[in-house]
Design a binder for this molecule. Structure first.
Ligand code: EPZ
Length: 430
């Protein structure tokens, strides 16, 4: 397994271009299966989750080419409605294919994706919504056998929680269903809006307003080109790298409005934020101030995907910060690893109390999950000495050219692949 070695203490300065959003690209690529034609999806980052999604599209009979951040999907001749278990389990968010496969075939046989490092990730909201379209679902031994004789019929769904994935699955199932579908208490994340924008470019009739979405089913969708929105979580990750190293970094090709719930927290910590056209410039203080309280919420609140990163910022802030994780039940796995680096954190259930220390110390730590891996890397950038972050496959799910971009900003970071590590170990032992 690859690991990243970080020599800490360097100040990050400069500019970085933000990648396209993983969490927008995944449902949009799944949506391409609904369209009996060719689609070009631009600004797609090179990530293992994107590769996993492409593998599923190919298993369903789509022709897919991924070149220079553009994924071209031709689903004209696609035929499948079964997704092999090993492909479903490669990526937890593969559940997003349920709505698209049902929408195209009225039939889907997929295995339940199961939980992951950050929680059980139930899919009850997805299942109950599909049943409202008239889908009969037989669940046995972890396989969902879904049938809808006569095609999906539009319906009204009120979500008990504004689930991003469930909202996206309902939109995908409703786009070509007979009749109109309404979603109340829908997720409002920008990635949901981006999916609707892409489908509307393909001829769908989707209207999003605050937490309500209306979809008028159309007979068929046509191929279109679309550029994925910037990744707001990756953008904030680079801003965190500047904040924790007393740096000054401008992130380009972003949508500042997508970070409305986050920028005030950077300012509360003493960072200066300048908004320019499609750019954000962060200038860090000599030492960050504590955060009174961060409480993760659905969009437009503070995003759960940034909780681990801001826990790291709080570790070296001046004072004690309180962080509450309301979305996922197991998203503090980066805490024990940060404690190895000298952090002073106490957790109780969904609450973490972080007492800032002047400096962390480099250590050998293990990535617990995708965003936890970034939290540890950011901690290594500010720590005294050298940090090694293992299990980099988590990072590679969501960040393209991460170490290159950090080094271009002045960091001293290098990747060691497993065989390199073995070689260097043999050399030292010989
Ligand atoms: C999406 O996951 C994102 N993933 C997550 O990003 C993100 O953290 C999450 O939304 C919240 O913003 C993608 O878009 C691919 P949810 P999703 O359904 O759709 C519960 C990352 O790091 N729930 O909004 O799975 C669930 O257990 C990833 O990029 C049910 O109870 O999130 C959780 O507590 C991590 N039943 C809460 O809702 C259901 O049927 C939020 O889940 C579905 C969800």
């Amino acid at each position: 397994m690859a690991s990243l070695t970080i020599n800490g203490g360097r100040i990050l300065n400069g500019e970085v271009i933000c990648q396209g959003s993983k969490n927008s690209a995944l449902p949009i690529l799944a949506a391409c299966y609904l369209i009996k034609g060719k689609c070009e999806i631009h600004n797609c980052p090179r990530l293992s989750d994107i590769d996993a999604t492409i593998n599923i599209l190919r298993s369903l009979g789509c022709d897919v080419v991924f070149l220079n951040n553009t994924v071209t999907v031709d689903s004209t001749k696609a035929f499948g409605y079964e997704i092999p278990e090993e492909l479903m389990h490669e990526m937890r968010s593969s559940i997003i294919f349920l709505g698209a496969v049902l929408g195209r075939n009225g039939r889907a046989v997929i295995s339940t994706p199961g939980g992951c490092e950050i929680g059980l990730r139930p899919i009850d909201l997805h299942i109950s919504a599909m049943k409202k379209f008239g889908v009969i679902i037989n669940e046995e031994h972890g396989v969902l056998d879904c049938k809808c004789e006569g095609g999906l019929k539009g319906t009204a769904v009120t979500l008990s929680f504004p689930s991003v994935g469930a909202t996206e699955n309902i939109i995908l199932a409703a786009a070509t269903a007979e009749g109109t579908t309404t979603i109340l208490n829908a997720a409002r994340e920008p990635e949901v809006t981006d999916l609707a924008d892409f489908l509307n470019a393909c001829g769908a009739k989707i209207h999003c307003s605050a937490g309500a979405i209306t979809i008028t089913g159309v007979k068929e969708l046509r191929g279109a080109s679309h550029s994925v929105i910037p990744d707001r979580i990756v953008c904030a990750t680079y801003l965190c790298a500047a904040a924790v190293t007393r740096g000054e970094v401008t992130v380009k090709d972003i949508v500042p409005a997508h970070l409305g719930g986050v920028l005030p927290v950077f300012e509360e910590m003493g960072c200066d934020i300048k908004l320019l056209h499609r750019q954000i410039k962060l200038t860090a203080p000599v030492r960050l101030k504590r955060i009174d309280k961060i409480s993760t919420q659905p969009y437009p609140g503070f995003p759960t995907d940034l909780q681990a990163l801001f826990t790291t910022l709080a570790c070296v802030a001046n004072g004690t910060s309180v962080i509450v994780e309301n979305i996922f039940e197991c998203r503090f796995k980066h805490v024990p690893e940060l404690i190895k680096m000298g952090a002073c954190i106490k957790t109780e259930g969904r609450v973490a109390v972080v007492e800032g220390v002047p400096r962390l110390c480099g250590a050998n730590v293990n990535s617990p999950d995708l965003r936890g891996s970034c939290a540890l890397i950011i901690a290594g950038l500010s720590a005294k000495g050298t940090t090694t972050v293992n299990k980099l496959y988590h990072l590679d799910r969501g960040y393209a050219e991460f170490e290159k971009n950090l080094n271009d900003l002045g960091a001293d970071v290098y990747r060691t692949e497993e065989d390199d590590a073995k070689k260097s170990e043999q050399q030292t032992n010989s």
